[in-house]
Design a protein around this ligand. Structure first.
Ligand SMILES: [Zn+2]
Ligand SMILES: [Zn+2]
Length: 140
């Protein structure tokens, strides 16, 4: 992922009609750089050193604004906690049951379309696989 400047980030928010406050810019920057599908707690604890005035409520509210603006998706792999994904392209997820990591992989979502019963309209597509990742397999 290429380095994002504050100017780039401001543009992204403006394009979606989101007011670019410093906290929002910081949260967006973090989400675009962290490709590990962070939870709210992870986002909050990573940014609170940088922004001591940040509250968890602000993080929640900001994430909801981003979701409504289409900048962010909630990844519901486990129903215990929401994880957030700011990668704009459609992609599949693979959760490793050993290390718990969630990997992104390229997936052609058009493949799904041909499987949808006729007369149905799809509004969301998710592809999840669970198993053991390469790293964990190599450790054995
Ligand atoms: Zn693993
Ligand atoms: Zn992802």
């Amino acid at each position: 992922m290429k380095e994002m400047t504050i100017k780039d980030l401001t543009e992204i928010l403006k394009e979606k009609n989101v007011k670019p406050s410093l906290q929002r810019l910081k949260i967006l920057e973090f989400l675009l750089q962290a490709h590990n599908h962070p939870t709210v707690d992870e986002i909050y604890s990573s940014l609170t050193k940088d922004i001591p005035t940040l509250s968890k409520t602000t993080v929640y509210n900001t994430l909801n604004i981003f979701i409504e603006a289409g900048l962010l998706k909630v990844v519901n792999i486990e129903n215990t906690e929401s994880r957030y994904d700011a990668i704009p392209e459609e992609h599949g997820h693979f959760k490793c049951r050993e290390c718990g990591k969630i990997y992104d992989f390229h997936f052609d979502m058009n493949l799904i379309d041909s499987q949808v019963p006729s007369g149905f309209i799809v509004s969301e597509k998710d592809v999840f696989f669970k198993g053991v990742c390469k790293e964990c397999l190599n450790k054995k």
